[in-house]
Ligand binder design. Structure first.
Ligand SMILES: [Zn+2]
Length: 141
């Protein structure tokens, strides 16, 4: 690969909800980031043994950052997997999951770590349908 090409992990598939299979075999962007975050957290925790959670020392800060990132990517991956399962064999599955991928990349880690789990799957579907209707409103006759 030429040096100016950046390897990009592929988007997750539409059938993306078998965690045992995903943990072992999937190298999509969500699963790859999840695995990297898990390793980073394990390293950060090992490096911060004996440090208090609120310590301002760099090792403790690294552990807090790694924890936040792990929570964020876990919530993103879980949401995608749940939505993949919910929409399997549905007409709009590909549209919903493509839309969701954009949403996954549009908010900060802190939101995904602290707030995303409070939003229900039905609320995500309603948001998708609302945005779809707004997008297509001008094209209807
Ligand atoms: Zn995956």
């Amino acid at each position: 690969m030429p040096f100016d090409c950046v390897a990009v992990d592929p988007d997750p598939t539409l059938d993306h909800y078998n965690y045992d299979y995903l943990d072992e075999n999937c190298s999509c962007s969500l699963c790859s980031e999840y695995k990297r975050a898990k390793e980073e957290l394990e390293e950060a925790e090992a490096g911060a043994v004996g440090e208090g959670w609120k310590s301002m020392k760099p090792k403790a800060k690294r552990r807090r950052d790694a924890h936040l990132h792990m929570l964020a990517i876990s919530n993103q991956r879980d949401l995608y997997c749940e939505m993949s399962f919910l929409t399997q064999n549905k007409r709009d599955s590909a549209d919903i999951l493509a839309w969701l991928l954009i949403k996954l990349r549009s908010k900060k880690n802190s939101w995904w770590a602290n707030h995303s789990a409070k939003k229900t799957l039905s609320a995500w579907i309603v948001e998708w349908a609302t945005e779809r209707d707004l997008t297509t409103a001008g094209t209807r006759k």
